[in-house]
Every structure is written in structure tokens, then in C-alpha cells.
Design a protein around this ligand. Structure first.
Ligand code: ZN
Length: 493
């Protein structure tokens, strides 16, 4: 308990502290994360590493009442100063985000470029911070789908708290987005909103394609057969009777569902929430006319979208580059972009990790206004670290993944076949597409695997290894995201 006494005493010498970095010299030699130092409203905060696996928040103030509500492990008073050592848990993260609104989730609306990062393990936000810092893009550090929550055994609050602490420790003070990704029901949207998320990605795939059964629309369609509709780039959209019937049958339920979610839940939730509509999880690419049909009706029903994710031409498989014709992707993208521009939202590119060959087109054709969701491959980068830091653990995880590949394929659509995946790999084979895809989709099985005695088979050792090697993990993830941001022209190389 005495190791921070000199910091506290030094506070006496800095009655008018304005810059927390003035304390840099006092934290040298301790395991304090220098970037975490924050002086706010009379409290000096810092993150201290107590052992390779544990971190704590240290708060120092001469007005102890300011710390009311913050859970503390221990506290001491010397003279007029109080120092509290606090767990970096979910409750304390929410204490922070309620008190210092600029540090937590916020809307991305005013930022032309935004990048969804996501972190299945809750360990890689500092690496994301290091990369995003080199750009003016707005980061969405917290981004998970319900599927990911179920497969990793986490809650939305866990996800947001982990992202918050990661950002806090790395000195990110500009706020970030928190995206409840691919939410499909009213309950899931409520769950994300109640957890403080700043963005809702509504996946209405369950309402698309089903022939509209019964019921009469309360309002007439805002698009008429024979009518022509001009986009801001001059393109004219015209709809035949047949097309209107067809799009109504496919999309009307989804439009009504989206409108109800917006009006019932997002309006009046007391804060600005970004609303993204995802129609990308469908069997075929989204016809631009269908995109227009959906967007126009939503706008006419008073639903302002922040972004919309169509299913673009080509294949966006997890963990590997785009599969398809890049020129055709570009032609398709331009049409969707013109619609997005007409209605004032951004296009959102999903499954956007590792799609290096199309990034230059996305950056150019969107005229620098887009949302990109890169997500799960941070898990692969974490595994890359395990492979070099603990090859034995990696080898065990690899064989388990191969053994259970077919189970994982029930959750994710990828073209990876057990027969073509090697039984064991060396470091040079990690980037083989089938290896990446296999390891990418088996994360849930690997994290939840148990021994005969019911103990975690890999989870504990995996977290231990990654915490022990957090610098390497941070650098690896930073490099991986840097590659994305460079290809997008956001980091000049
Ligand atoms: Zn998606």
C-alpha cells in the first residue's frame, strides 16, 4: 500500500495541476501505464499492473466524496489526499462512462469515416487504439453480435466494459462507438440499448423474402409504379408494376419491422443512437433498385439511417480476401453509393476484415464516406501470438479446431473443407486461407471447450498467454489493423 505514497505527497507540490503527464516521472519504475494517466475534475487516475495478469485503477484525490459510487479494493488517506485502488470491473467502467461522457460510447454520425473493430476476447482494444490514432477515422471499439456473445459467454456490458478499459488504459479520450451488431429482435435491441450501446445494427433477414401474408398496409407505398425517382448523381430509378409487387412481397415486412424498432425503441431512448440497417445476410446480392425501394420507404416513414449494409456483389467470406470481380464490385458499389448519398447515410461494408483488394475502391467510390466492419480477425491475430508464445497450446487448439470444424460450420458459411486442412501447421502456414477460416469460425468451440472434469480446456491458458504477452498482442493487432487502414488510404504509407 505504500508504493503510491510519493505520488500522493507529490500532489501537494502541484496545487494547480493541469496536465496529468506532469506525474510521468513519479510513475517511472512502477507498472503504471503511462498513457492511462488522466487528471479530471480533481481526480488523478491511472492504471497499474499488479502482476502479469491483473490490473487495477488507482484514483487519487483530496476530495474523497468525488469517488462516491466507485467500487474500491482498498483506500488510504495521507494528509489531505486519498488514494483508492479499484477493480477494473464492469461496474466501475459504467461509473466512469456515466461521469465522463466523453470517454464512453457516442454517435459516429458526424464522422465521414468510421471503422467497426470488435474484440471477441476483450483484450485487443489497446492495439486498436494504437492503429486508429494514426487516422481521423471514428472507431467503434465495442462491436459484437448476439451470436458472438453466445459463443464467447460474454454480455453486452462485458464487451463495452472491456472496450472502455482498453481504450482508457491506452489513453484514448475521444469516445468511441458501441455497436450491437446484427440484432434481430426487439428484445436484442432493448438489451443493447439498456447496456449503453450507441449503435444498433438491425438485421432484418428474418423478415426478408418471406411472402407477405395477410394484413393490409396502414400507409400507401411511397413508391408508385410508373413513377421516376432521381438520385443525386442524376441516375433515374423507375419501377414497373411487377417490380413494385415483387419488392413489396420481399421487403415490406422488413421495412415495417425496421420502422417499428426505430419508432418504438430508438426514439425516446434519451440519447443519440446510430441506426444501421443490414440487409446483407441474404442469399443473393442486393439489387440497387431494391435498396432504393427499402430506403425510400424508410425515409418517408421518418426513419433516419446512419448507415445501410447491402449485400454487395461477390463473396465476403470470413478471414480471407474478397472473392469476385473487382471491376464489377465497383460498378455495383457506385449504384448503392448514389442511393446512400441521395438519402444521406453511409454504406456499411460488413465482413470487412481482410478484404484488401476492394479497399481502394471503397475509399475512392464512397468519396471518403463509409463504415467498415472489420471484426473477428483480431481473434486470428491473437492466435498468431499464441502460436509464437506458446506453440504447444496452439497445436492443441489447432487439432481441436480441426476435429470440430463441422460443428462450427453450422454457425458460419465458409468454404473450408476438413480434407484440405493440414493436421498441424508451422508459422509459415498460418495465413493459408483454409487454415484462417477454420481457426476463425471455431472460436466459440475453442473458448467453451471443457476437460472431462468440467474445467476450461483452453480458455484459461489462452487468456494467461495473451495477458503475459500483451505488448506483442498489441503490436500484432496494431499491425493488422494498420494494413487495413493503409489499403483504405487512411494511413499514408
Ligand atoms: Zn453483416
Amino acid at each position: 500500500m505504500t508504493d503510491f505514497i510519493d505520488i500522493i505527497e507529490a500532489l501537494g507540490a502541484y496545487p494547480g495541476i493541469e496536465d496529468a503527464s506532469a506525474f510521468g516521472s513519479y510513475v517511472k519504475g512502477r507498472n503504471v501505464y503511462k498513457d492511462s494517466l488522466l487528471l479530471a475534475d480533481g481526480i488523478l487516475f491511472m492504471v497499474n499492473k499488479t502482476d502479469p495478469f491483473t490490473k487495477e485503477l488507482v484514483a487519487i484525490t483530496d476530495e474523497p466524496h468525488l469517488l462516491a459510487g466507485l467500487a474500491t479494493n482498498t483506500s488510504i488517506h495521507t494528509g489531505k489526499h486519498m488514494m483508492a485502488r479499484c477493480p477494473m470491473n464492469v461496474a466501475n467502467a459504467y461509473w466512469f462512462m456515466a461521469r465522463y461522457k466523453n470517454l464512453g460510447p457516442k454517435s459516429m454520425k458526424d464522422h465521414p469515416v468510421s471503422v467497426g473493430l470488435g474484440d471477441r476476447l476483450g483484450l485487443v482494444t489497446p492495439g486498436h487504439v494504437a492503429s486508429v490514432r494514426k487516422t481521423s477515422a471514428f472507431p467503434v471499439f465495442a462491436q459484437q453480435s448476439i451470436r458472438e456473445l453466445n459463443l464467447t459467454g460474454r454480455t453486452f456490458k462485458d464487451v463495452l466494459a472491456d472496450a472502455f478499459w482498453g481504450a482508457f488504459r491506452a489513453g484514448w479520450r475521444e469516445g468511441f462507438g458501441a455497436d450491437g451488431d446484427h440484432l434481430k429482435t426487439e428484445e436484442e435491441v432493448k438489451y443493447a440499448l439498456d447496456s449503453g450501446f450507441s449503435m444498433i445494427t438491425l438485421d432484418c433477414s428474418n423478415h426478408i423474402g418471406s411472402e407477405r401474408i395477410g394484413g393490409v398496409r396502414a400507409k400507401p407505398l411511397s413508391i408508385k409504379a410508373g413513377g421516376t425517382y432521381k438520385l443525386t448523381d442524376g441516375t433515374v430509378m423507375a419501377f414497373s408494376d411487377n417490380e413494385i409487387r415483387n419488392y413489396t412481397a420481399i421487403y415490406q415486412n422488413a421495412i415495417e419491422f425496421t420502422s417499428a424498432i426505430y419508432h418504438d425503441l430508438l426514439v425516446g431512448c434519451g440519447r443519440k443512437v446510430d441506426f444501421e440497417l443490414s440487409i446483407d445476410e441474404t442469399g443473393t446480392p442486393t439489387d440497387p433498385k431494391a435498396h432504393y425501394f427499402v430506403a425510400k420507404q424508410l425515409v418517408d416513414e421518418g426513419v433516419p439511417l446512419t448507415s445501410l449494409a447491402p449485400r454487395f456483389i461477390g463473396e465476403f467470406q470470413k478471414g480471407i480476401d474478397y472473392i469476385g470481380d473487382i471491376a464489377r464490385f465497383g460498378e455495383d458499389f457506385v449504384l448503392h453509393q448514389a442511393i446512400a448519398d441521395t438519402f444521406g447515410y453511409k454504406l456499411s461494408v460488413h465482413s470487412g476484415s481482410d478484404k484488401f483488394s476492394i479497399y481502394p475502391s471503397v475509399a475512392e467510390l464512397s468519396k471518403g464516406r463509409f463504415h467498415l466492419k472489420t471484426a473477428g480477425t483480431n481473434w486470428l491475430e491473437a492466435l498468431r501470438v499464441v502460436m509464437s508464445a506458446n506453440p504447444e497450446l496452439f497445436a492443441q487448439m489447432y487439432s481441436y479446431a480441426k476435429e470440430h470444424l463441422d460443428e462450427a460450420k453450422a454457425y458460419y458459411k465458409v468454404d473450408v473443407d476438413k480434407a484440405y486442412v493440414p493436421d498441424a501447421i508451422g508459422i509459415g502456414s498460418f495465413d493459408r486461407p483454409n487454415v484462417r477460416q477454420m481457426m476463425h469460425i471455431t472460436y466459440g468451440l475453442l473458448l467453451s471447450a471443457k476437460t472431462a472434469a468440467g474445467e476450461p480446456l483452453f480458455r484459461t491458458r489462452l487468456y494467461r498467454c495473451l495477458r503475459e504477452n500483451e505488448d506483442l498482442l498489441g503490436r500484432t493487432v496494431e499491425g493488422h489493423i494498420d494494413n487495413h487502414l493503409k489499403a483504405l488510404g487512411l494511413i499514408k504509407s
